[in-house]
Design a protein around this ligand. Structure first.
Ligand code: PLP
Length: 395
């Protein structure tokens, strides 16, 4: 079903499944088998050498995992995809499949916390230079890329202040110097943003978040052309961070409703952002769908929806005030996750930026009273009432 003309909703439901159905089943089987047997050793050898389609050993490939990869591959309009056990598994595999000592990476300060650790702790260890620019300073990023860049790593929208990066513009800068351009598309999802069409070489996801959408399975996936994906697959097949077939199944099942969920989350997040924006107890709201957001024009240009993620700062700028709001929300988990059918809230001080000091967070533009809000699929009226009630408990 390689058909660009079908919609995201249809693609979410049908893409990638047809070849793997068994004995007239309408649903993809969970193949728990570790290995795949061959009486014919010649055939076995051909499969092992990749000259014939088939599976050998589930650390390498597996039928259920294959379907998961095919579905996201088609949603991102890519040639090929490969997966890993977690988002970090695929980010690590992607970076370490290409980078060798002496090379130079350009990225931004607001990448996901785990990614930032690879940049600041693990890549320098193997003598890869990493330059982290101010996230929305496009001139500075272009200048660093022009000085020499083997891999340009971008993420948009970012965590937790939902900053927006112009992908088309920076992908062109990366191409000019021959860099591999990688985009973490976790927050946007392929429903709202298509980095490959904007010039990126690779698009990756923590499938744990919006793709799976039910907070019950972890996974990661990267999509791009065959040559790049084969290199990442080879690295991941050896490091062993393989996606488990049961998780692949849960992610697949979640992805059937991806377009439906994301459309709802786009709508609700915009309404909540507008509501909070005019609320007397709110200092500031970060949501790219608001015209007042500094990245609004870029977001409008490169996204088809503004996403389910937002954050806001309370006027009462204390960690206690955050505690009050969180404790009084009925329809939100206070947890370190996002992208699920349930609304999820959390302060960066306990989740993405737990390792920073209060002063460091303030310097990064993250005040103590910032709350990240991952909009679920509940009824919008209930979410707004819930927020209204929780905020009424503040001074
Ligand atoms: C959660 C997340 C990751 C890491 O994914 P895991 O599945 O938790 O390993 C990477 N990037 C972004 C933007 C994320 O939100």
């Amino acid at each position: 079903m390689k058909n660009k003309s079908i919609g995201k909703g249809t693609c979410s439901v049908w893409a990638g499944e047809e070849k793997s159905l068994m004995q007239n089943a309408t649903q993809v089987p969970v193949v728990h088998s570790v290995s795949f047997g061959y009486k014919d050793v010649l055939q076995w050898q051909q499969v092992a050498l990749g000259e014939q389609k088939g599976h050998i050993y589930s650390r390498n490939t597996n039928p259920t995992v294959d379907v998961f990869e095919n579905k996201i591959c088609q949603l991102e309009n890519a040639e090929k995809a490969t997966s890993a056990s977690t988002g970090m598994g695929i980010i690590h595999s992607t970076l370490f499949s290409f980078l060798v000592p002496g090379q130079r990476v350009v990225s931004v300060k607001d990448t996901y916390g785990g990614t930032n650790k690879i940049f600041t702790e693990f890549l320098p260890r193997i003598n890869v230079e990493v330059i982290l620019c101010n996230t929305t300073d496009h001139e500075a990023i272009e200048a660093e890329v022009a000085k020499g860049c083997d891999l340009l790593y971008l993420e948009t929208p970012t965590n937790p202040t939902i900053k927006i990066i112009d992908l088309d513009r920076l992908a062109r800068a990366g191409k000019k110097v021959g860099a591999i351009v990688v985009v973490d598309n976790t927050f946007a999802t392929p429903v709202n943003q298509q980095p490959l069409a904007l010039g990126a070489d690779l698009v990756l996801h923590s499938a744990t978040k919006f793709l799976g959408g039910h907070a019950d399975a972890m996974g990661g996936v990267v999509c791009g052309n065959k040559e790049l994906i084969d290199q990442i697959y080879h690295y991941r097949e050896i490091n062993g961070a393989t996606l488990d077939p049961m998780s692949a199944y849960l992610l697949l099942r979640g992805m059937k409703t991806l377009a439906l969920r994301v459309e709802r989350q786009n709508q609700s997040a915009l309404e909540i952002a507008k509501y909070l924006n005019s609320h007397p107890k709110i200092e500031k709201v970060f949501y790219p769908g608001l015209e007042s957001h500094e990245g609004h024009q870029i977001a409008k240009k490169q996204m088809t929806g503004f996403g389910g993620m937002l954050s806001f700062i309370l006027k009462e700028n204390t960690f206690e005030a955050v505690g009050t709001v969180l404790a009084n929300l009925k329809f939100a988990h206070s947890a370190a996750n996002l992208g699920s059918v349930e609304t999820i809230v959390g302060p960066p001080a306990t989740t993405s930026h737990v390792e920073c000091s209060k002063a460091e967070r303030e310097a990064m533009g993250i005040p103590e009273s910032l709350i990240r809000y991952s909009t679920g699929i509940e009824d919008i009226k209930d979410l707004v009432d819930d927020l209204g009630n929780a905020l009424s408990k503040l001074k």
